[in-house]
Design a protein around this ligand. Structure first.
Ligand SMILES: [Fe+2]
Length: 209
């Protein structure tokens, strides 16, 4: 159980209008969904604290709500990593192979193009979830992972560096269901390479409200 008893988690605001290939309307709807995860995470925390203090921890309801917390909490946090690594500024741009991030991806995947191919393939997998390039802080190695829903596939202790939402709500207002590859291209065109690099080098973390 998470004991966030004093301060509810605060929703973070993101200014992302004017992205290429991801409409403002999609973002508006998406921010609303993110707000739902913040609300539900706070609500679950409150309920769990109440049940804990009320001695109801042996109940099936406590177990189910505790499991649900993983879904809502990861849903909230992954959206913050996702919105946080998008930018409509031209300063975002492509990952340069000579940057710290480009070099680290090259070392882990052989070259930058192989990372991109793999990340795109992971994102194009059938199913609902996320494609995430994670850093293993213990080894410095980067690896791509598929996350089913929000909570199945995240590696404990790994740091998200590049996070892409591939739930259909992330693109269905702009593309047909079968056009996920076009959305993935749009995501990569709007990727804030500077932010991803700052995550890698420890200069930046998840944005919080
Ligand atoms: Fe989403």
């Amino acid at each position: 159980m998470a004991l966030l008893t004093q301060t509810p988690y605060k929703q973070r605001a993101f200014d992302l209008h004017g992205l290429q290939g991801i409409s403002d309307h999609t973002l508006e709807v998406h921010f609303g969904l993110y707000a739902g995860y913040v609300k539900n995470t706070n609500l679950l925390n409150e309920q769990l604290v109440e049940m804990c203090t009320g001695g109801q921890t042996a109940s099936p309801a406590y177990a189910e709500l505790t499991r649900r917390l993983g879904f809502e909490y990861n849903g909230m946090v992954l959206h913050e990593w996702y919105f946080g690594n998008l930018t409509s500024q031209t300063t975002g741009g492509e990952i340069s192979s000579s940057s710290d991030l480009g070099r680290a991806l090259g070392e882990s995947f052989g070259d930058l193009e192989t990372w991109k191919k793999d990340f795109t393939a992971v994102g194009a997998m059938r199913g609902v979830g996320w494609a995430v390039t994670y850093l293993d802080p213990a080894t410095g190695r980067l690896s791509n992972h598929w996350i089913t829903l929000h909570e199945d596939g995240n590696i404990a202790g790994f740091k998200p560096i590049i996070v892409m939402d591939v739930w259909e709500h992330a693109f269905l207002l702009d593309y047909k269901p079968a056009e996920r590859p076009k959305y993935i291209e749009a995501f990569l065109a709007n990727l804030d390479a500077g932010t991803a690099e700052a995550r890698l080098t420890g200069k930046e973390d998840r944005p919080v409200g």
